[in-house]
Design a protein around this ligand. Structure first.
Ligand SMILES: [Zn+2]
Length: 102
């Protein structure tokens, strides 16, 4: 006769899985399994799930912030250059208008 639930698994706790002796119902694959009273997934589903992505290190965060600061600095330089160019153009246009009024 074919077993109607996954046999007991003794792998350590992971995500919604923990070993035990209760007959449970997996919320992922919907199969019955033997595990801890509070287990919500069977061991195969819990162990098939990918590891959560690691937290970025302080050095990673500092590096990101330094790249942002560097980018903001170059944006500021471009804005100042554009402002100075527009000031020059504006002064030239005003001078031209003054000449035409005379
Ligand atoms: Zn499952």
């Amino acid at each position: 006769m074919k077993a109607f639930f996954t046999p007991a698994d003794q792998r350590p706790q992971r995500f919604g899985w923990a070993p035990g002796s209760y007959l449970c119902h997996c919320s992922t694959c919907k199969k019955k399994f033997v595990g801890d009273k509070r287990a919500i997934t069977c061991a195969p589903c819990a162990y098939a799930a990918p590891d959560p992505s690691p937290e970025p290190s302080n050095d990673d965060v500092i590096g990101q912030l330094q790249r942002c600061i560097s980018e903001l600095h170059s944006i500021r330089i471009r804005i100042v250059e554009e402002r100075d160019k527009l000031k020059t153009e504006n002064a030239a246009l005003r001078a031209k208008v003054r000449k035409q009024k005379k």
